[in-house]
Design a protein around this ligand. Structure first.
Ligand SMILES: Cc1cc2nc3c(=O)[nH]c(=O)nc-3n(C[C@H](O)[C@H](O)[C@H](O)COP(=O)(O)O)c2cc1C
Length: 184
């Protein structure tokens, strides 16, 4: 019998901004996910406390615990993050630092979506960080989609069909690279 297990993807935006284009990308990923793929949005990035190795003990802050559990429950991850001062957004890097010791990203297939063609430094740094943490950055799923002014509609949703097609292809590539995916 055909195993039609669903690929569960955790979508993470590295921006806390209300009208964030990166958050729009993650919302679009939920909408565009093909049959057999479910994208859920992690929305507690702003609740993760500053990383302190002294607090990285058996009992970590509740938000960290929930973040780790959300990743543990996911087969793959999709991240879209802005570049600030040629670096990864502080909130995202901070959250990732909490995973270095606990290892939820080890071998996890990850799509790193870059929503700005100018943001080359942060994209490269994020891929380097994730790879160093033994995450599996999926090249075919890690794309740059340049969100111009017309790319988002009045509600802040991705409205450009070309970008939607590219994002759909990226999600499909991520699903293909995810071991639990038996068939779609
Ligand atoms: C403090 C700050 C620093 C920024 N630094 C850069 C930068 O170094 N390179 C870049 O391409 N964009 C930079 N930007 C622009 C943001 O990356 C861009 O506005 C992005 O769309 C923000 O993501 P969001 O729409 O998801 O919030 C910066 C923006 C801010 C607020």
């Amino acid at each position: 019998m055909e195993d039609r297990r669903v690929v569960r993807v955790l979508g993470i935006s590295g921006s806390l901004r209300g009208a964030s284009s990166n958050s729009a990308v993650v919302r679009a990923a939920v909408r565009l996910a093909p049959a057999g793929v479910e994208v859920s949005i992690y929305c507690e990035l702003g609740d993760i406390p500053p990383f302190n190795p002294d607090l990285d003990t058996e009992t970590v802050p509740a938000a960290v615990s929930r973040f780790r559990a959300a990743l543990e429950a996911s087969d793959a991850v999709l991240i879209s993050s802005p570049e600030y001062a040629h670096g990864v957004s502080g909130v995202l890097k901070n959250a990732l630092d909490w995973l270095v010791g606990s290892g939820e990203l080890i071998d996890k297939p990850i799509a790193v979506i870059n929503a700005s063609a100018r943001a080359t430094h942060a994209h490269a740094a994020l891929c380097e960080t994730l790879t160093t943490m033994s995450g599996r950055v999926v090249t075919d799923a890690s794309i740059t989609i340049s969100l111009g002014g017309a790319a988002l509609d009045a509600d802040g949703n991705l409205s450009d069909p070309c970008l939607s097609t590219a994002l759909t292809s990226a999600i499909e590539a991520l699903a293909r690279a995810t071991p639990t995916r038996r068939s779609l």
